[in-house]
Ligand binder design. Sequence first.
Ligand code: MSP
Length: 510
Amino acid sequence: MTRFYITTPIYYVNDAPHVGSAYTTVNADALARWHRLAGDEVKFLTGTDEHGQKMADVATKNGVSPQEWTDRTAPRFREAWDVLEISYDDFIRTTEPRHYETVQKFLSTIYENGFIYKDVYKGLYCVSCEDYYTLEASDDGRCPIHHSVLTQMEEENWFFQLSAFEDRLLEHYASHPEFVTPETKYNEALSFIKGGLKDISITRTSITWGVPVPWDERHVFYVWYDALINYLSAIGYGRDDDEVTEWWPHSNHLIGKEIIRFHCVWWPAMCMAAGLDPVHHVQVHGWLLIGGEKLGKTMAAEGAVKLTDIAPITLTEEFGVDPLRYYLLRETALGNDGEFSLEGIAARYNTDLANNLGNLVARVAAVVASKCDGVGPAPSADSTLREHAQNTTRAAAASWELFAPQRALESTWDLIGATNAYLETHAPWKMEPGQATDVVLGDALEAIRLVAILISPAMPGVAQEIWRRLGLSGSPSAAPFSASSVWGLYPGGLPVEKGEPLFPRIAIDS
Ligand code: MSP
């Protein structure tokens, strides 16, 4: 059995989750669900990043301790993910003892291996990024992402000797051309390494809210340094070596493009320094934008948009859970940026879901009711739809494997389109009940069965409802499925239910 370990970045808990964080999480969830469907053993990790200056500041502003603040806000992520049907296997908080234990063991190993030393750090700091900038990389002393004025910092810190790993990183990139996808992001990470690596400061004395440095308790680890290690804390690093051996070679991080340097340069070097192989694969995604700007918490703070109006839970109340998931997966391919809009969700809903998928299921059920007394016939072995179904299923499966949910859904909609066209051509509603009508409807039901399986990673609730309406028992995500031999498992003889419209159309104000 193949293993698949997928992670999201851990989210800062200075505020509630927004639709940008939902984008990462829903994509990771759909990929996890796909791999479970394909028979892999899956571990899907998400969680919250709770240390650092930003969290300490926001707690002070709210008159509570950082621990109280994070205890209050971390559950909001679980709540949102539960509403969005995120099927995580583990949720890690960086304030948990298991994380402290792993961080201290991992970094002590790097220290003992001689890659950590003491020096004085001077630099410009952005609290929102929890990151340093050189004056040249800044926007005239301001953060290039958040546009806030950078703070001048000077402290005695422990440093990680990142510069010692330049050659090994270059070798790793050369021998693992799919280490980072898409290729443009691989090239970006690579050119960063080629540009020369400076050692990085990894501890702080200016704050106390962090994981204590075991060999120097006046310091806490810099938040990014503790955060990255969460991926190992969750698989028992320092506690259960077998679990690490089982899962780490199958690890995949899904991350946003602004955190490439941490995940694709620092993190593999840290692993090398600790004597561990780097993460197996990093898939980078772009940003959801509003008016060309990254949609996010800081933007809300500046009053540019009311993020509460587009909070993930609010959007599910307006459009439904599965339509929101579908929009996030389908509209913006992993790797690209995409403009987010309510009109965009409504358009996808009306076109892809109501007109194409909903209409297909409804019209087939209606004709089965009128021509076959509501009992679904079996498909034929040599239908013209068969080849189309096999091709699109193979294409969808290949895209899911390649971390391309958007393309996988595009292929699935090709099958929906082909099935609608097949019905138009044969017009079973005009035919007399009998053998020929049964063949057309049986084929269409089989195609819908396959569609239900193929959409189940994206829209688990809708897939289950379609499955039920076809009279099938169990669940589409647990159906026997192999992308290479797909046609013909709808058994026929099952009651097909018409039901209410799956996607009542949304009125769009013009
Ligand atoms: N805490 C760090 C990650 C540490 S991982 C060891 C962090 N947190 S975050 O909450 O700011 O962002 C988490 C993820 O959400 C990132 O992958 C980021 O790209 C994603 N998104 C935040 N805003 C987003 C958009 N507007 N669009 C798409 N993804 C967005 O960084």
